[in-house]
Each structure stands twice: as structure tokens, then as C-alpha cells.
Design a protein around this ligand. Structure first.
Ligand SMILES: [Cu+2]
Length: 126
């Protein structure tokens, strides 16, 4: 009876452990290098935003948005994934001084989803 109970209550734990183990063991795509980088203060506006990932990403599901201080998209055209499947980039409009939020979402080749956001600043003329 004790063993039976242990099995019942142990199963979800075991499942949780194996899922966690799987997530740790397999490749996940996380940003390795961001251009502009998180928190960076630029004296001149960038023409594009690029994120290099540490593991290949699926072209079909890659999302990259650049939002101005009012939350308005400032990207030009869809984001591009380079042939190595490691770099995601998007062209941006002529950005005025202010804080810009970069929001990204990708799916790695073993289908895990990762996403995040960060802010960079285009400095004012004054
Ligand atoms: Cu993965």
C-alpha cells in the first residue's frame, strides 16, 4: 500500500523531473549577442536590430519587433534569418531619440520556444 501511494504521488514528480531534465539537456536558442545591446545608449540611430542566438532557430517562427516609446512598431519589412539560422535581424525606420523596446520570440530546431525583450536608447541631440 505504501509503495502504491508512492507510485501515485511519485509519478507527477518523476514526470516534472524528466521534463525539466529534457529542457536542460537539449539545445535552446537564447541571445548570445544583441546589436544594439541591452541597455546601450546610442549617439546615432541604428539602421537595423540584430540578435545572434546560441542555437539554430526556425525561420518560420522567428519574431522580432522594435517598438518606439509609444509602443508603435518601427520595423521595416519582416525579420530575416541568415543562412546559418543563428542570426535574426530586422531593418528599422529612422529612429528619433528615445527608448526602444526589442521583443523577440524564436523556436529552436527541437521546437522549444524562447522569448524575451530588452531596451536600448537613442540619445537626444542635446
Ligand atoms: Cu530547445
Amino acid at each position: 500500500m505504501k509503495i502504491f501511494k508512492l507510485l501515485i504521488f511519485g509519478a507527477p514528480l518523476l514526470l516534472a523531473a524528466s521534463v525539466t531534465g529534457l529542457r536542460v539537456a537539449s539545445a535552446h536558442s537564447f541571445p548570445e549577442q544583441e546589436t544594439p545591446s541591452a541597455g546601450q545608449r546610442l549617439s546615432a540611430p541604428p539602421s537595423e536590430v540584430t540578435i545572434k542566438f546560441d542555437a539554430p532557430i526556425e525561420k518560420l517562427f522567428a519574431k522580432l519587433e522594435v517598438l518606439d516609446p509609444d509602443g508603435k512598431p518601427e520595423t521595416i519589412g519582416p525579420p530575416q534569418v541568415d543562412p546559418t539560422a543563428l542570426t535574426l535581424s530586422v531593418k528599422v525606420a529612422d529612429l528619433k531619440p528615445g527608448d526602444y523596446t526589442v521583443k523577440w520570440g524564436v523556436v529552436c530546431i527541437d521546437s522549444h520556444h524562447t522569448e524575451g525583450s530588452y531596451v536600448f536608447t537613442v540619445a537626444g541631440g542635446a
